[in-house]
Structures are given as C-alpha cells and as structure tokens.
Design a protein around this ligand. Structure first.
Ligand SMILES: [Zn+2]
Length: 275
C-alpha cells in the first residue's frame, strides 16, 4: 500500500490491483476543521490508520462511503466508535440497512482472525445521507459529495474537490481492469461518466487501479462501455442466446485489462439491459 500526496492537504491511499486482502483505494483530506476519509476496508485498516497517523494528529471526523460494497465500508464501525460521522447517498444507506448488514456478518464470520482482532459484530450504517449534493467545508479544502445516479451500484457517490480539481470517483471508475457490474446499470453509468467529464479535473482517483491525470480514465471507461454494449447488442440482435453471446464475445481493444473474471458477469448484465 502507498500513501500518495496529491495536493497540499489531499492524499490518496492506494493499494495494488489484485491484492487478495482487498485492492480498493481510499482518500484522505486534512483540514483545520477536521479530517475526512473516503472509504475504508477493515482488512486494510492497520495500514490505513498508520498512514493517517503519519500525516495528522486529528481523528477522522467524517467517513464518506462511496457505495455499499464490503471493500469500501467494512471499517465503518471502527470509525464510528471513534466518533466519525458516516456520510453516503440515501440509496447506499438503504442497501446497507437491508442486505449490507447480513453480508458484513457473513464475510466477517468467514475470517476468524479479523473477527477476533476487532470484535466487530455489527456494521455501522451511514448517519448523514443525500440524494443530491452535500458540501463539506474542512477549512482549507471544500468537498462536493454528489450522487449522480445508478452506475456501479444504485447508490454511488463521488467526491470532487473544486479547489484542487481532484476527483475521487469510487467505483464509478476502474483503471486497468474490467469494472464490476454485478449491481450496475451500465447504460446510466455512461451518463454518469459524461456528467463527470463536465467538471474541470486535474487528477482522478479510481476505486481500483492507479490515479490518472485529467479525464483520460473517464474517457477510457466510457469508451469501454460503449464498445461493450454495441457488441453485445449486435450479437443479441442476430438472435443469439446469452450463452451463445458469451461463447463468441471478444473485446480485443481491452486485452491488457486485468480481472477478466468479471467479463461473463458484464455480458449477462448488458444482455439483460438491452431490449
Ligand atoms: Zn470496490
């Protein structure tokens, strides 16, 4: 893992793609009015906490959940115990309240070591939600926390720093690997990417993969979905079943991208979305 400074008070905590202990990226913004952390994974908490303590003595005052997945929210209870306010979209909170708690218990009970170490039986769900935009003023940095619609999950939030022109995109953005579409709406995901491109952006930090300069990463993922959807659409229109599409489907333009195991999930998802 790596702590990378992006601007005066802004850091990314980066993990290596494919790390079996979880490979999500996190954001850290330090203001004189408090510290905000973007996402936290209990499996990476020891390193994450060490990075935080290496740059500030303040506790984390706000924890932003970009979406409900375990690798982005599983340290919620640890942060809530130390007094952090947890922020998410309304949709994210309702998913966590309905199925997230059970999923959390199940995943934690499978990992005896983790369970014993933290004694966390319950997942803390967000305290503060929005289905639009929240502005968080930390004194030196302002954060615009926005829900732009269903993309990777029904409750995705992105965090944009207008002063620094940095975008923490959560899993609305993947870099160098196939995106996870299990709970996605890929048609709307393209719209969300298009909306994000209207912002002035110097740096993007994806949920998984390396940060990139400017908007190239947003362009790449938008292009990926457009190509993917058109190709599945052609095959479906020619009368093929979803199994037949899976057999004949190829995406040579994105051959270098990792996590190919997610491809069949996306083929099924896109096939079902296309009328
Ligand atoms: Zn993720």
């Amino acid at each position: 893992m790596e702590l990378r400074q992006l601007a005066k008070n802004v850091y990314a905590i980066l993990t290596e793609l494919g790390d079996p202990r979880g490979d999500s990226n996190f954001g850290l913004i330090i203001g004189n009015n408090g510290v905000a952390l973007i996402d936290a994974d209990i499996r990476r908490w020891v390193e994450t906490r060490r990075f935080i303590e290496s740059v500030t003595e303040q506790p984390v005052r706000y924890l932003i959940n970009t979406h409900d997945n375990f690798d982005h929210t599983s340290a919620n209870t640890l942060l809530a115990r130390q007094g952090a306010v947890i922020i998410s979209s309304k949709a994210c909170r309702s998913i966590m309240s309905m199925t997230g708690r059970e999923e959390f218990k199940e995943k934690m009970s499978q990992d005896v070591k983790l369970w014993g170490k933290y004694e966390v039986a319950e997942l803390s769900v967000p305290d503060l939600t929005t289905d639009g935009q929240l502005c968080l003023n930390l004194g030196e940095s302002n954060l615009e926390i926005s829900f732009l619609g269903h993309a990777h999950t029904p409750g995705d939030m992105v965090v944009y720093l207008p002063g620094e022109e940095i975008l923490f995109a959560g899993d609305v953005l993947f870099n160098g690997c196939h995106p996870v579409t299990r709970s996605a709406n890929t048609s709307n995901w393209v719209n969300v990417l298009a909306k994000l491109k209207q912002k002035s952006i110097k740096l993007t930090v994806p949920g998984h993969g390396d940060p990139s300069i400017g908007k190239s990463n947003l362009d790449n993922l938008q292009n990926y979905f457009e190509v993917f959807r058109a190709r599945v659409g052609e095959l479906k229109a020619s009368g093929l079943s979803v199994e037949e599409v899976e057999e004949s489907f190829a995406l040579p333009e994105f051959e270098s991208w990792g996590k190919k195991n997610w491809l069949p999930v996306s083929i099924k998802k896109i096939y079902s979305e296309l009328v």
